[in-house]
Design a protein around this ligand. Structure first.
Ligand code: ZN
Ligand code: ZN
Length: 170
């Protein structure tokens, strides 16, 4: 995903990346299953670039609860401000600096896309909100059906007395 900086005119520019540019990204720890094309809107104002755009990317992920593979669809919302030159101007911490002489005058956008991807991942990795997880006794994936472990048999002997009391109180 490269943007030729000197081809950007003042004001609005649109740069389109097709599906295969998304598919060829190298995201550590993630295998990309599919991705939609991405149109970046680049607003140039002198030495400032404001880049926005959004698309969706589907990756392989593993459920924290049952361990099964699933493929979440991640919505990517790009929003970056770049400054062309060596020094930081203004006091925005979000400002990225580009030195146009690097990379033959191209802004390589991959790292920014990938950074946004990581920030967009849900905190909880669950194949579904109702994932039942694995049986703590036999390890069976309970999403595939109940196991034969009986709840009564698995009570820790130390809790048996308590369980009896609880039954009596009902
Ligand atoms: Zn799961
Ligand atoms: Zn079980």
């Amino acid at each position: 995903m490269k943007i030729k900086i000197d081809r950007l005119k003042e004001g609005d520019n649109q740069i389109r990346f097709e599906e295969d540019s998304i598919m060829s990204l190298n995201i550590e720890d993630y295998e990309i299953v599919s991705g939609t094309g991405l149109t970046l809107n680049v607003i140039r104002n002198n030495s400032y670039l404001h880049i926005t755009g959004s698309n969706n990317i589907t990756v392989k992920e593993y459920c924290d609860r049952c361990g099964d593979e699933y493929t979440p669809d991640i919505e990517i919302e790009i929003d970056y401000v770049f400054h062309l030159g060596d020094e930081k101007r203004g006091n925005s911490d979000n400002l990225e600096i580009i030195r146009p002489e690097e990379n033959d005058g191209y802004l390589i956008f991959d790292q920014y896309y990938i950074e946004t991807f990581y920030l967009s991942l849900p905190l909880k990795k669950l194949c579904s909100g109702s994932c039942k997880g694995l049986c703590s006794q036999c390890g069976k994936n309970l999403n595939e059906g109940p196991c034969t472990c009986s709840k009564d048999e698995t009570i820790d002997p130390r809790w048996e007395k308590l369980a009896e009391i609880a039954k009596k109180q009902k």
